[in-house]
Each structure stands twice: as structure tokens, then as C-alpha cells.
Design a binder for this molecule. Structure first.
Ligand code: NAD
Length: 487
């Protein structure tokens, strides 16, 4: 039965549904980028809050700035804004219908409807998940790029912007003119210091067309940093079949692991929903949680990815079922990563690491190794090389992390260890393949990619270790080298 307000009561008994009257809700948040993660994370927390009978003036208005968002909006509004979310607990999968979204802003060139929606005084938060690549960060400098063509276009045409940031600036300008307090911008993307990065994009773009407005935004708009976590696969035939098995006819179902975490700074001058009542942590120590997550979880994914990819393993849980890969991950995490993570409030790092091993092993999530191998160019510097750098600075060894980096290099050669070809799997794939080919005879060439390794190619000890490791991987294969590491 097609999901809608009318059919909610007719859903099978084992599907949980909103326990509140949806007609009571009013919008307080515009969310830009209603992909899978948003609907498995922020929308679920809000649904939990509404189920407690509170915060009903914080419902979501979905929005987006891309053609795909228009399609998503149509699909969601055809089912009255609702989404089904299936939690992939290996012992008992469960389904629920999330009712936190009450409308979807029409997606239009020039974004007039989005600007109007964000100018409404009832909207007090604009949140966004527009992917890590959506922030116009120059890979060379790691900072906002004012010369990106999309940014230059919005700077030249600030009243009809095409980017999310241009639309926010236009709405903030309209609010200021109408004497309406600004909304808080709540970034929920997996980007280190995501609030600062979003502020740099908004203020940086405003600076190009209206420096005075840029200064006002900088002084008056809050951009809290946050750490978000929940493994949420893309929706394909497997996920659709799962939704159907629950008797759900949903055009855009979402599946996700049972675990979720959300840690945020409490900077919301225009108010916020009482998310602390449904498990969100508000703290000034977001950077601590972020470091823990990026080094242990994302770093962990990068460790199993290339070891698994070189052996033609398809899924993360299959890599985790290989005793050698599991032990390799555990040893690097325990002996090289955990010791350099600063303490995190109310968190036992060993228990966190153990939980990560279990989360990666969940066969229901079916996260692909190929997805985890994607975009090492951008991911390795954040997830692995920062840990290498920290250990070297402290005079500590990092054999396992260097091995992880060498396996990435070997993967970028473009073939697995059985000789199978690896299809391009990085926005910078051709460059990485060329560098990997050069590194086969002269491993130091790999470390000379300064956007990735910075000045580490000048560290003689690291160059020697990497050279020995990569040569060994080529000579004896990754499994033999990992076996030696585990001794
Ligand atoms: P998705 O592909 O389902 O949705 C991505 C959304 O971002 C879409 O609405 C798309 O239109 C929009 N988008 C993409 N590029 C954009 C751009 N340049 N400008 C504006 N909008 C843009 O992906 P998802 O699974 O929802 O993940 C989105 C983000 O959520 C991730 O990139 C990450 O930062 C964060 N996240 C995801 C997970 C996960 O497991 N999926 C976990 C933690 C955090």
C-alpha cells in the first residue's frame, strides 16, 4: 500500500509510525539536501522528539538546489512528506515511518521559492547535507575557493543564486531588511569543523558581492559545529526489496545501521528543538568527538578498504569476517591510533573501537568495499595521514598506518592481486594511477604528492619505511606483509 497520511493506519502492525498528530506540526527548519543520510539521522531524531509530544513547531521543510532534489521532493510529497526507515539490526530488522517533514520547497532555477521559505520568520534553523564535496573547498589550500565557477556565477548574480550558500545569503539579506532575526545554519555533513567550513562558504561568497552584508553575517549568524554518525547505504534493489518485505510501498526508502550519534555545539541564538531529550549530545568539545570518529571510524574504513579491495572482497562485513583483515584493523587501531586520540568526554575509546569493529561486521548493512575505497585522494589526508603525522611528531612508530597507505598506493595501480582491473574509483584516478606506476619502481614518488602528504616526503624515516613496505607488498603480496605485521 502506497505510503500516505490516509494509509498510515493500514500499515502492517510491525511498522512503527508517528505517534503524534501530523496536522499539529509547523515548520521550524528548512533542510537542504534530503538524501538518505538526512532522513536516517536528523529526521529520525526529530520524529523521536515529536513522539515525546514536544517540539511540534520544529518540523522540517525539505529543500534542495539540484535536479535530483526536485525528483526527491516529488517522490516525498506524493507520500505526504513521509519516509520509511529500516534499521538493519542483524538480530531483528525493524521498520518505521518518519513523519517529521511537512512540506518540500519547489526546486527552481534562481531559487526564489527556497529564498522565500528561508525568509519566513517561522524558520529558525537552516540545516544541510550537501556532501563533503559541496563546500567549494580548494584541495590545494583546504580553504573556501572564491574562484570556483559556481561561486563566481552566484557572486555576479546574488538575487538569483544557484548554490545553497547563495540562497542562504539572499534569505539572510531579506530577513535583515525585514528586521527578522537570522536563522542558525546547522551543517550535518561529514566534514571536519563543519560549522566553520559552512560559515567560510557563506561569508566568503557574500564577501564577493556585498562585503557589508558578509560582515553582518559573520557577526550575527551562528554556525554550530557538529559530529554526525550513522552508516546509511544508498538505496538500490536490495533496499527496495527490504521495504517491500515490510509491506511498505515507498518511492524512496532508507536503510541504516541501528547505531546513531549526533554531537553538537549549543549555539542556536534563534532557539532549537530540545534534541538533548532524544540522545543528542550538546558540548563545546565537538572537535574531540570528531577526531575520535574520523581517526577510528573513517580511518578504520580506509584500513579495511584497500586490504579487502586488493583481494576482490565485495562487502565490508566480508572483509571483517576475514580473520587476518580483522586482526590487522584491530592492531592498528589499538596500538597506533587509540594512543594518540585526545580524551573524549564520557567516552571509553577502547569500547568505542570495539563497537566500530562490530558495526563494520554487520552483514545487513552491506556497505561495499568499493564505496570505502572511493576518493582516497581526499580521504587519506584526513583519515590516515593525520595519524601518521601525529605519531612521527611524537617520535612513535607507525608501521601499520604506513602499510595501510602502501596498500592504498598498490590499489591505485588499477589491478587487484588476482589481476582483475579496478574501474576508476577516485575523482583523481588517472593522476593516482600514474603516480602508483611510478612508485612501483621508486616508492618515494607516492609520498611526493604534496597535496596529500604535505612535507612528509622529506621525512627520511617515513620514506624508508614506506619504500620497504611497498616493495614488500609488490614482492610477496599484501597477505604476507600483513601476516608479518601481525607477528
Ligand atoms: P545522498 O546521495 O543520498 O544525498 C546527497 C544530497 O546532497 C542530495 O540531496 C544531493 O542533491 C545533495 N548534493 C550533492 N552535492 C551537492 C552540491 N554540490 N550542492 C548542493 N547539494 C548537493 O547521500 P547521503 O547518504 O545522504 O550523504 C550525504 C552526506 O551526509 C554525506 O556526504 C556525508 O557528509 C553525510 N553523512 C553520510 C553518511 C552515510 O553513511 N551515508 C554518514 C554520515 C554522514
Amino acid at each position: 500500500m502506497k505510503l500516505s497520511n490516509e494509509t498510515l493506519d493500514l500499515l502492517p502492525d510491525d511498522v512503527a509510525r508517528p505517534g503524534y498528530d501530523r496536522s499539529d506540526l509547523s515548520a521550524g527548519i528548512v533542510h537542504i539536501g534530503c538524501g538518505n543520510f538526512h532522513r536516517a539521522h536528523q529526521a529520525v531524531y526529530l520524529d523521536d522528539l515529536f513522539n515525546l509530544g514536544i517540539g511540534h513547531d520544529w518540523a522540517l521543510l525539505g529543500a534542495g538546489v539540484r535536479a535530483g532534489d526536485a525528483k526527491m521532493g516529488e517522490a516525498l510529497m506524493a507520500q505526504d512528506g513521509m519516509s520509511s526507515v529500516i534499521e538493519l539490526d542483524p538480530s531483528a530488522k525493524s521498520a518505521r515511518v518518519i513523519g517529521a517533514m511537512t512540506g518540500f520547497v519547489p526546486v527552481a532555477s534562481g531559487n526564489a521559492p527556497l529564498i522565500a521559505a528561508m525568509s519566513d520568520p517561522g524558520i529558525r534553523i537552516v540545516s544541510l547535507t550537501v556532501t563533503e564535496g559541496g563546500y567549494f573547498i580548494d584541495p590545494e589550500t583546504g580553504t573556501f575557493s572564491p574562484t570556483h565557477p559556481d561561486i563566481a556565477a552566484d557572486a555576479a548574480n546574488p538575487d538569483a543564486p544557484e548554490t545553497a550558500f547563495g540562497a542562504m545569503i539572499a534569505a539572510l539579506k531579506a530577513r535583515r531588511a525585514a528586521d527578522v532575526a537570522p536563522f542558525t545554519v546547522m551543517c550535518c555533513d561529514n566534514v571536519p569543523h563543519n560549522g566553520h567550513v559552512t560559515r567560510d562558504a557563506v561569508v566568503g561568497l557574500a564577501q564577493l558581492s556585498d562585503p557589508e552584508l558578509a560582515g553582518w553575517i559573520k557577526s550575527n549568524v551562528a554556525f554550530p559545529n557538529s559530529m554526525v554518525d550513522r552508516i546509511t547505504p544508498a538505496t538500490g534493489p536490495r533496499e527496495r526489496a527490504l521495504a517491500e518485505s515490510f509491506g511498505l510501498e515507498d518511492a524512496a526508502p532508507v536503510t541504516c545501521e541501528p547505531f546513531r550519534q549526533w554531537v553538537m555545539e549549543d549555539h542556536f541564538p534563534a532557539g532549537r528543538p530540545a534534541l538533548e531529550k532524544v540522545g543528542v549530545t550538546f558540548t563545546e568539545a565537538v572537535d574531540r568527538f570528531e577526531t575520535m570518529k574520523i581517526r577510528i571510524l573513517n580511518g578504520g574504513h580506509a584500513i579495511i578498504a584497500y586490504a579487502g579491495g586488493l583481494r576482490d572482497i565485495e562487502f565490508a562485513h566480508e572483509a571483517m569476517a576475514d580473520p587476518q583483515i580483522r586482526a590487522y584493523l584491530d592492531k592498528i587501531e589499538t596500538s597506533e591510533i587509540l594512543p594518540i586520540i585526545p580524551p573524549v568526554p564520557d567516552t571509553d575509546l577502547s569500547a568505542y573501537k570495539q563497537l566500530i569493529l562490530e558495526r563494520f561486521s554487520n552483514p545487513e548493512v552491506a556497505d561495499t568495499i568499493r564505496r570505502l575505497c572511493f576518493d582516497g585522494f581526499n580521504r587519506q589526508p584526513k583519515f590516515i595521514i593525520t595519524s601518521i603525522r601525529d605519531r612521527l611528531t611524537r617520535g612513535l612508530g607507525c608501521d601499520g598506518l604506513v602499510l595501510a597507505s602502501a596498500l592504498w598506493c598498490r590499489y591505485c595501480y588499477g589491478t587487484t592481486e588476482t589481476g582483475a582491473e579496478i574501474a576508476a574509483n577516485d575523482p583523481n584516478w588517472d593522476r593516482l594511477v600514474a603516480q602508483s606506476k611510478a612508485a612501483k619502481t621508486r616508492p618515494a614518488a607516492w609520498l611526493e604528492m604534496s597535496e596529500i602528504y604535505g612535507d612528509l616526503s622529506k621525512n627520511d624515516a617515513l620514506v624508508a619505511q614506506f619504500t620497504k613496505t611497498l616493495k614488500d607488498v609488490w614482492a610477496r603480496g599484501s597477505q604476507a606483509v600483513i601476516t608479518d605485521y601481525l607477528k
